[in-house]
Design a protein around this ligand. Structure first.
Ligand code: ATP
Ligand code: MG
Length: 248
């Protein structure tokens, strides 16, 4: 019997006025799988992640999570979904006027009944995981861009979601911060988490993803293992490779 997908996108279409971003998107994400979602700038990768967590409505098609359609849900129903499917924003999106502790504790106060003591322990644990232990009292402005991104990622994973959507978690980071983020992603994968990893970093995607997808002209133009991606004769894959080398 075929394994059931945890999350499935079926025939998704999305336009902003005349700008057709998604023509017909179909994809499946399985338990404990890491999907790499590649594609040129403006092809709709971030919009796709936002559609999954309901930050963007789709024009047609379905987002199925555990057999339930979750597209276009009302805010109150999305509240629950977002504890299970978490979106790690492209820019970290920290609250600038709150310190690291408050930024990380926020989802726990919002979605759990944990005591302050339990929340403090959880925050300390997650800071350890991302290699920023003891930084609870720092303000976002005290942190480098790379550290802010790591805190943003910590906030996305603190509720132990089933699915994590990473939107360019390593973009603009130095090699050491990049390595830190990738190793956290690998650790989480080891705990059974499923994820979609949007990135322009092809080597990173090849290293940690089980499957690579290319978004091109509103559709998933390629889906295959890292090996199949490298060996592909598909002209879209080849063009994508060439363009990404030119961008460097
Ligand atoms: N809220 C919005 N209103 C109108 N147009 C939007 C909105 N959000 C995104 N778009 C448009 O949708 C298209 C896809 O945007 P998106 O941010 O998903 O691209 P991307 O693939 O994530 O690009 P990048 O790699 O640069 O992050 C772009 O043409 C963008 O201008
Ligand atoms: Mg984007």
């Amino acid at each position: 019997m075929e394994e059931k997908a945890l999350l499935e996108l079926k025939n998704i279409g999305k336009s902003f006025d005349k700008n057709v971003v998604h023509l017909d998107i179909n994809l499946k994400l399985y338990q404990n799988e890491t999907l790499g979602l590649l594609g040129g700038s403006g092809t709709g990768k971030s919009v796709l992640l936002r559609e999954i967590v309901g930050l963007e409505y789709v024009d047609h098609g379905e987002v199925i999570y555990h057999d339930q359609p979750i597209q276009n849900l009302k805010e109150i129903d999305l509240f629950k979904i977002r504890t299970k499917i978490s979106y790690s924003f492209q820019n970290g999106a920290l609250f600038d006027s709150q310190n690291v502790f408050d930024n990380l504790a926020y989802p726990l106060f919002e979605h759990t009944d944990l005591s302050l003591e339990e929340i403090s322990a959880k925050v300390a644990e997650i800071l350890g995981l991302i290699g920023l232990e003891g930084s609870e009292k720092l303000m976002p402005s005290d942190l480098s861009g790379g550290m802010q991104k790591r805190i943003g990622m910590a906030r996305a994973i603190i509720l132990e979601p089933e699915i994590i959507l990473y939107d360019e978690p390593t973009a603009g980071l130095d090699p050491s911060n990049t390595q830190n983020i990738l190793s956290v992603m690998e650790k989480l994968k080891g705990t059974g988490v499923s994820s979609i990893f949007v990135t322009h970093d092809i080597p990173a995607a090849l290293k940690i993803c089980d499957r690579i997808l290319i978004l091109y002209e509103g559709k998933i133009a390629f889906s295959g293992s890292p090996r199949e991606f490298i060996d592909s004769e598909n002209p879209i894959v080849k063009e994508f490779f060439l363009n990404s080398i030119k961008e460097v």
